[in-house]
Write a protein that binds this ligand. Structure first.
Ligand code: BYC
Ligand code: FE
Ligand code: FE
Length: 470
């Protein structure tokens, strides 16, 4: 296992000290990053110590060290998973050849575009969550928000390292651009749709970390297969951090449901109006939030039929998530059956790689739904939360702008527009959620709309002072 060198200005396990030019370039970018963090990162908490984990090694176990740190002092750095000896290309036209330690000239712009797109999402998510700290439901949750934020900041570092180390001058320019596009900015928005959606309440935050960070998991798994070994190794390590982000979403939603079930029991009713009057989130409201973030995150996989996807697969740039689980890694002759608005269509497998990844993603999303429904059933209720159809509210791909309901049925445009407020959070729903967002910061106390977690972080008690506010 290679440990991380913390004696340097930029902690790293890539032997940065031996490449003075690269080191200098990154050290020039560092103050720009910190400036961005101060402007766009968690608002107002720069002086507070949070109980955060920091990576100290890159093996799967025991890589994290916990302690109270002020976020601006967090040790963001460059950590790649260890090299796999004699690794060979696992898919596409170059299958079986040794992996690349440099970017082949002919694929340079494709790799750059991929790394820039990945890199763009990381600071975007921090920007989306900029103000959430003000309305945290507990210190425990506040700490989790900050943990996610600092790690997304580090994921930006991971992509910036690749741009600086392997793409010369245009890589350095792209690295600067990553700090100048901003989530929701009219003139310079972030690249992908979901990352321009506001995350202005904690219910959205839990849905985002459940659904959108999970897209991150699948995209990182695809890139972890890449023939460009430094990219693959970077993404492999990022994946170890990603698990906690999805845990925050999964348990966050479970705790919202737990509290709602308690309120339903106290009141002896499942009437949404009564539940709202008691300051909780009724299940139909939660369903609307699930509908919103799931459908938005589906678009992040790109078009069902994509020549970009075919090219990046053929060239060994991006594989399928868990490529080893597939039998055919070349997919030259194979076809894939697709559901389109005009019926079943058989397309070349390579063109369907986005959809193949999306299918795996949907399955993964269902796991949480099953658990939450079990929770509801055990409390004696018949309500079932569901994932909407993958046809519902799509903006990218073959189902883009097709008026489909959450069951996948096609309706007229008028019917769709009339009913959309039954399926997505409407103004009244958002106003209710907003009214619940009251800051609770006494150690161990929870806001009224969410139950306490089953356990704390790193074996600490739930009422531990996870963030020191004074
Ligand atoms: N919004 O052939 P197409 C994460 C564009 S999340 C806007 O359909 P392709 C994280 C596309 O860019 C993981 N535009 O798709 C999570 C292209 O534009 P250009 C992020 C979109 O290229 C939480 C055009 O439509 N990582 O890490 O095969 C917190 C036609 O493209 C969208 C990655 O995405 C959209 N939703 O696939 C923090 C991995 N979808 O080039 C972090 C890198 C498509 O014609 N990215 N377009 O101008 C990729 O692999 C691919 O770019 C995509 C799109 C999978 C996103
Ligand atoms: Fe990330
Ligand atoms: Fe994440």
């Amino acid at each position: 296992m290679s440990n991380i060198n913390y004696s340097e200005k930029i902690p790293n396990n890539v032997d940065l000290a031996t490449d003075r030019t690269l080191q200098r370039a990154l050290e020039q970018w560092q103050p720009h990053y910190l400036q961005w963090w101060n402007d766009m990162g968690p608002h107002d908490f720069a002086g507070n110590e949070a109980y955060l984990r920091t990576a100290i090694g890159v093996d799967a176990q025991g890589w994290a060290s916990y302690g109270h740190v002020k976020m601006p002092d967090y040790r963001w750095g460059i950590f790649l998973a260890d090299k796999t000896p004699d690794r060979t290309i696992g898919f596409g036209d170059f299958m079986g050849q040794p992996v690349w330690q440099q970017v082949p000239g002919e694929f340079r712009s494709q790799f750059r575009r991929m790394i820039v797109t990945q890199g763009d999402t990381e600071p975007a998510s921090v920007e989306q969550q900029h103000l959430l700290g003000h309305t945290c439901p507990s210190l425990y949750d506040l700490r989790n928000l900050f943990q996610v934020n600092v790690e997304e900041g580090r994921h930006l570092w991971a992509m910036v390292y690749l741009l600086h180390a392997y793409f010369g001058r245009d890589g350095r320019e792209e690295a600067e651009e990553l700090l100048t596009r901003h989530s929701g900015d009219v003139d310079k928005p972030r690249i992908l749709g979901t990352f321009n959606e506001p995350v202005s309440d904690w219910l959205s935050f839990f849905c985002f970390t459940y659904f959108t960070d999970r897209d991150g998991k699948f995209q990182l798994k695809s890139l972890a297969e890449s023939s460009f070994d430094p990219l693959a190794r970077t993404c492999r390590f990022m994946l170890t951090e990603e698990a906690h982000h999805m845990f925050v979403g999964d348990t966050g939603i479970a705790r919202v449901i737990k509290r709602t079930l308690e309120v339903m029991k106290e009141l002896g009713t499942d009437d949404p109006a009564a539940i709202r009057r008691s300051g909780a989130v009724d299940l139909p409201l939660l369903q609307k939030y699930l509908n919103f973030w799931f459908s938005s995150s589906l678009d992040l996989f790109g078009s069902e039929i994509s020549s970009n996807a075919a090219t990046t697969f053929a060239n060994g740039i991006k594989g399928r998530p868990d490529e080893a689980n597939f039998e055919d890694h070349v997919c030259k002759e194979a076809t894939f059956d697709l559901d389109t608005p005009t019926g079943r269509e058989s397309v070349a497998m390579r063109n369907a790689m986005n959809e193949i990844a999306r299918v795996g993603y949907v399955k993964d999303c269902e796991i949480g739904l099953k658990r939450w429904n079990m929770q509801i059933k055990r409390a004696g209720h018949g309500t079932e939360l569901t994932l909407p159809s993958t046809r519902f509210r799509r903006n990218i791909g073959t189902w883009a702008n097709v008026p489909a309901d959450p069951q996948g049925g096609i309706l007229s445009r008028e019917d769709y527009d009339r009913r959309i407020g039954d399926w997505l959070p409407n103004e009244a729903d958002r106003a209710h959620v907003k009214s619940l967002m009251q800051r609770v910061v006494e150690p161990g106390k929870m806001a009224g709309w969410i139950a306490a977690p089953d356990r704390g972080i790193n074996n600490m008690p739930a009422d531990y002072e996870y963030v020191k506010l004074n």
